[in-house]
Design a protein around this ligand. Sequence first.
Ligand code: RAM
Length: 361
Amino acid sequence: MSPRRSRRLVAPAAAILALTVGLAACGGTSRDDASSGSGGEQPGAGASANPNAELQEGVSVAFLPKQLNNPYFDVVAGGGEEALEELQGEYKLVGPTEATASSQVSFINTLIQQQQDVIAISANDPNAVCPALNDAAEAGTKIVTFDSDTAKECRDVFINQATTQGIGETLVKMTSDLIGGQGEIAILSATPNATNQNAWIEVMQEELKKPEYAGITLVDIVYGNDDDQTSFQQAQGLLQSHPNLKAIVSPTTVGISATARYVSGSSYKGNVVVTGLGTPNQMREYVKDGTVEAFALWNPADIGYLAAYAGVALVSGQITGAEGETFTAGKLGEYTIGADGEIVLGPPTIFNAENIDDFDF
Ligand code: RAM
């Protein structure tokens, strides 16, 4: 039996309405890099939202991360599972082992056959998954992107972990502070096609043009493909090719942990800064051994949780993905949809020796 026929209502509309005031600042958008060049409408365009619609039970939400063997996405998926338990929905996790551009397409096609109500995807490429996602949308599936967006016409909403601008600014400011505003830096990214990393790098490059960063030169950008071994080798290569390098900035949890591992076992430890975006649990030993002073991230579980709530709100007709619509995401409170269907989780956190033991993810 199709899960679409088995849904019931889960929360009284009054309870939802009671929470719709006061927290609107959680949402909003600063920019939408993933949508550049796209002119089409989002899948939900044209429909109208009913903010009084009740959340339905039995909604099936499939999480499709960039890759499965990535601790970051395990935490995201855990948050999604928690939300779907609360919502009495059906949780599923599928995905490729490698974060290559088209590796998610066959999974989307299978999810269409399974008549999933919602696909929540972190896209390895802004465009490669679009034809398959459009097929899914035509079959009635709601599309939520999280973490790494597609072009905007290929999904209903995008759950961004923080504003793209804010993440780029944080990365540059943190690096500048750690190297005293002077010297060569390099970026060790994820895959060359990753929407999120490319958007953050673009902001970083703009930031570095500001007068306060005039002493910093970005000398290289390399790609570890969100593969531990490749990232490890790229870190080694960067340090060999750039003898004056002051910092490696890795805006990916896979890249920063591999870089920290390489540097912690080398003579660069204490001389070259390692920073970027990492999970506290992966980075703890490198903070404790003095390899890493500071890095940033958000709570990945909250992205999964918010994506699941957004998916169920879409299926229930509470939102369509249009700017200004609001919905309540359980314990996270109320969110407002920004321009281009973007929903922003909140600001990133900076971790260091002082606070790292307060976090467990
Ligand atoms: C990796 C992935 C993910 C990114 C984090 C910071 O796990 O590339 O997309 O958001 O790092």
